[in-house]
Design a protein around this ligand. Structure first.
Ligand SMILES: C[S@@+](CC[C@H](N)C(=O)[O-])C[C@H]1O[C@@H](n2cnc3c(N)ncnc32)[C@H](O)[C@@H]1O
Length: 277
């Protein structure tokens, strides 16, 4: 089976993500809280946000460091980098690079810290990517990123994917370490990747959080048809229109059951990975 993720965004996944950037940023704010609590207020002059998306975390990083420090966001999606550049153009100490973090030549500046919120699980060759990132860091600089733990431990992933499988009649295919949202769900694998890329002092903790945003269950169900764990299974199964409608109704049922007033709020588990260069 061909993997949906590629360093060229062949399948338009990241371009589709751009359409939902604002709501996803809101939904992932509690995830950012965990990330930024972990790194505190780091000292240094140059920081990097890998797979930065629309730049929400890049700007939050800029606000967490001294005002004369600079934060660079790097992302492979042209549409998301354009959006980040447009939205953040009045902010002086951030910039955005449209490039593949796996191969980009970062130049002579050495980063004092590197962060990522869900932006590092899609490399075609993770050791090459992290070795490249490691080469752009000062000695003893920090790397802290968020990724997803296994599907069956994560209520959000499990519920959303089961809602689809119920109607496609397919078995869940474990994607193992293939590039994708769950590629780093095995802690031993993550640790070995980082050690092989030159990092040390790897630590991984699992944290409970909530993915919460002000939206209707209808909007959330519609978004899950197009982006996120359920959408990947829909794409793989290629259901007919009647089945698609049933999947939407199922997702709507799930999202409605997670409605809290004007918000939809999913329980989720995230992994916080830290290492030193
Ligand atoms: C799940 S999104 C997370 C975006 C953002 N960090 C956030 O939390 O909103 C993953 C991001 O990683 C980017 N990405 C995937 N592969 C990449 C690569 N090889 N180099 C740089 N960015 C990449 C995608 O374009 C996408 O914006």
């Amino acid at each position: 089976m061909v993997n949906s993720f590629s360093n060229q965004d062949r399948n338009g996944i990241w371009d589709r993500r751009t359409r939902f950037n604002e709501i996803l940023d809101e939904r992932n704010e509690a995830v950012s809280d965990v990330l930024f609590k972990k790194i505190g207020s780091p000292h240094g002059h140059h920081f990097l946000d890998v797979g930065c998306g629309g730049g929400g975390t890049t700007v939050r990083m800029a606000n967490s460091v001294s005002s004369n420090a600079h934060v660079t966001g790097i992302d492979i999606s042209e549409s998301i980098v354009s959006l980040a550049q447009e939205n953040m153009k009045s902010i002086k100490n951030v910039d955005f690079i449209l490039a593949d973090a796996e191969t980009y030549q970062f130049g002579t500046i050495k980063f004092d810290g590197v962060i990522s919120r869900f932006g590092v699980m899609f490399f075609s060759d993770p050791i090459r990517a992290f070795t490249n990132i490691h080469g752009a860091m000062r000695e003893h600089a920090f790397l802290t990123f968020i990724c997803w733990p296994p599907r069956q431990e994560n209520a959000y992933f499990y519920t959303m994917t089961e809602a689809v499988l119920k109607h496609t009649g397919k078995e869940y295919r474990d994607t193992g370490t293939e590039p994708g949202p769950l590629a780093f769900s095995d802690n031993a694998y993550v640790e070995s990747i980082l050690n092989s890329s030159g990092f040390s002092n790897v630590s991984i903790e699992t944290v409970k959080t909530q993915l919460s945003a002000k939206m209707t269950p209808e909007f959330d169900a519609g978004m899950h048809m197009e982006y996120g764990p359920s959408s990947l299974l829909i794409k793989d199964a290629q259901p007919d229109e009647i089945t698609k409608k049933k999947i939407y109704e199922e997702l709507l049922f799930v999202c409605t059951s997670h409605q809290k007033g004007e918000y939809v709020s999913h329980d989720a588990l995230i992994s916080v990975v830290s290492a030193i260069s």
